[in-house]
Design a protein around this ligand. Structure first.
Ligand code: EPZ
Length: 420
């Protein structure tokens, strides 16, 4: 059912458990392709992006099995029986993360170029620069990228931009390259650190993840890590925090790593939201009058682009002027048009959005344009007078595990219907 209905006007209150991180899980699944032994990844969210990635790997000869606990077992074949199937790869941008692991493990990889998506062109030039730097022959034709290498050899590689995906692809490939690789100007997201920890659990020698420079000593093969738990999803957690703040609610989140949430907590506190930190929990207590803020998205530890749409929704009814600058993707303000249909006052000029707070949003029919915009429209629906109908809910299902169930435990009124 591809339409979600949200009744507005109710503050979210209660406790909810955050799922495993979608973006870390996708990278770990690809890294598991490099292991000679089967691996059980714990806390992997049951969302369509993960299920599509599992299906792609199954088509290539991997065995994947979901345990009752929600853990996912991956067992790599000795030899691939196919390259990632084009019709499935096109559904999932993150399938480009198979490039490095398959190249390193099997000496070749062919992955459909994941075309641009709603938030931007999403080129892969930095991925190719790094893999070529390790000695791979990388070519592109008919929308497919091929990489081949009899042997990968360590090298010093500088990333012109700290791309998350390029850092992940090159780091994975370098683990099985001969000699040392030094990666400079890399991404420092928590998902990069989680991937490095998993690779080291498989016997790799990765040092420096989370800093600007990662050093990798190549090894012969990877294996021997039977179980590995993925980190909690900081973006899912942030989405719930904004929903609580935007509805004047009081929500406690379990299974979070507060350190990963610092940029999100900092901006919520600046807006006047009270946040109480626990060991592995965060409690958001809103209720007072919120203040307008300025946001600029940056690579971690800057403010995450994946939280930009959710904050835009919250800022729509905060009196005063808020400014958002989107520095990561060139087309990540499409939600502004949908929020304006609900009565928001937003002006977009290139990478800058200026939000003038209005008294109230009004429920109407809106459509999700990408995963995080979809989540942001749910938040706008909670804030609005009346009921909001959101179409293209499949985007939300890509990245949020049991979103409605979790929102209902917080007192939200959400339900689904088939498209007309
Ligand atoms: C990852 O995408 C995440 N996806 C994105 O989350 C996230 O928004 C993004 O990192 C930034 O944090 C996954 O991890 C599966 P990038 P990725 O390479 O790796 C440019 C979500 O909603 N670039 O860091 O594709 C690129 O065009 C998704 O969960 C190049 O120019 O992001 C973009 O402008 C959305 N050349 C910028 O870098 C390259 O070779 C950041 O992209 C690669 C990227």
């Amino acid at each position: 059912m591809n339409r979600l209905f949200v009744a507005g006007g109710r503050p979210l209150k209660g406790k909810v458990r955050v799922s495993g991180a979608k973006n870390a899980s996708l990278a770990l699944l690809c890294a598991a392709a490099m292991s000679r032994d089967s691996v059980i990844l714990e806390n992997i969210p049951d969302i369509s992006d993960i299920n599509v990635m599992s299906e792609i790997m199954k088509e290539m000869g991997f065995k994947t099995k979901r345990e009752a606990s929600g853990a996912l077992e991956i067992c790599a074949p000795l030899k691939l029986n196919a390259q990632p199937p084009y019709h499935m790869v096109k559904q999932l941008r993150a399938s480009n993360l198979l490039l490095g692991p398959l190249l390193a493990r099997f000496g070749e990889a062919e992955v459909a170029l994941p075309g641009g998506c709603n938030i931007g062109v999403r080129p892969m030039d930095l991925h190719f620069k790094g893999l070529s730097g390790l000695g791979a022959q990388v070519s592109m034709k008919h929308g497919t990228v091929s990489a081949k290498a009899d042997k990968l050899v360590g090298n010093r590689i500088y990333l012109d931009f700290p791309s998350v995906g390029a850092t992940e692809n090159i780091m994975m490939a370098a683990c099985l390259a001969e000699g040392q690789t030094i990666l400079e100007n890399v991404a420092k997201e928590p998902e990069i650190v989680d991937l490095a920890n998993f690779l080291n659990c498989l016997g790799a020698k990765v040092r420096g993840a989370g800093t600007d420079i990662i050093k990798i000593e190549g090894v012969q093969e990877l294996g021997g890590c039977l179980r590995y738990p993925v980190i909690p999803d900081r973006i899912e957690a942030g989405t719930f925090m904004v929903a609580a703040a935007a509805t004047g609610g009081d929500v406690e989140l379990e299974n979070v790593i507060p350190h990963h949430m610092e940029p999100i907590c900092a901006k919520l506190r600046e807006a006047g939201v009270e946040i109480i930190e626990g060991e592995e929990a965060l409690r958001v207590v809103a209720g007072g009058k919120l203040k307008p803020i300025d946001l600029k998205t940056l690579p971690y530890p800057g403010f995450p682009t994946d939280m930009q749409s959710q904050f835009m929704a919250m800022l729509c009814t905060i009196a005063g002027t808020s400014v958002i600058i989107e520095n990561i993707f060139e087309n990540r303000f499409q939600i502004a048009d949908e929020l304006k249909r609900m009565g928001a006052n937003i002006k977009v000029e290139g990478r800058i959005a200026v939000i003038e707070g209005v008294n109230e949003l009004h429920g109407t029919h809106v459509k999700a344009t990408d995963l995080r915009a979809g989540a942001a429209l749910v938040i706008a629906g909670f804030m609005a007078e009346g009921t909001t109908e959101i179409s293209n809910v499949k985007y939300i299902d890509r990245g949020y595990h049991l979103l409605e169930e979790k929102m209902k435990t917080l007192g939200a009124q959400v339900w689904r219907k088939d498209s007309r």
